[in-house]
Design a protein around this ligand. Structure first.
Ligand code: ZN
Length: 117
């Protein structure tokens, strides 16, 4: 069976998505907008173990079903409606704009809460 995710730095693998969400050695540290618009962007996780500490990039779409409603179509990044949070990768604060990135931010908060519990 293929792993869901592998840390390219230390080689640790996670078989299922739940293994990621329940791993206290992972911390969600950022959201990177896909400026090409071809995907919903990427989440950045830090692998907090001795000898690693690298950042792992995972597609947002792999977590999309954790939050099903309010999947906004528009990407407002760079428009006058946008407060510009998405220009700062480590800024994971909620955004109230009707933008697909705001929806991803809510997803990020769900993932963070799960990692901390
Ligand atoms: Zn690692």
């Amino acid at each position: 069976m293929d792993s869901f995710l592998i840390c390219t730095c230390c080689g640790v693998s996670w078989d299922e998505r739940d293994d990621i969400l329940d791993d206290p050695q992972l911390d969600l540290v950022g959201f990177q907008v896909d400026f090409t618009g071809s995907s919903n962007g990427f989440f950045l996780f830090n692998h907090i173990v001795e000898g690693c500490g690298s950042t792992i990039v995972v597609g947002v779409d792999l977590f999309a079903d954790l939050r099903s409603d309010a999947h906004f179509d528009k990407n407002l990044y760079g428009t006058e409606l946008c407060p510009g949070r998405c220009g700062r990768i480590e800024d994971l604060v909620q955004c109230d704009k009707p933008c697909r990135n705001a929806w991803v931010r809510e997803l990020a908060i769900i993932i963070r809460d799960r990692l901390k519990s």
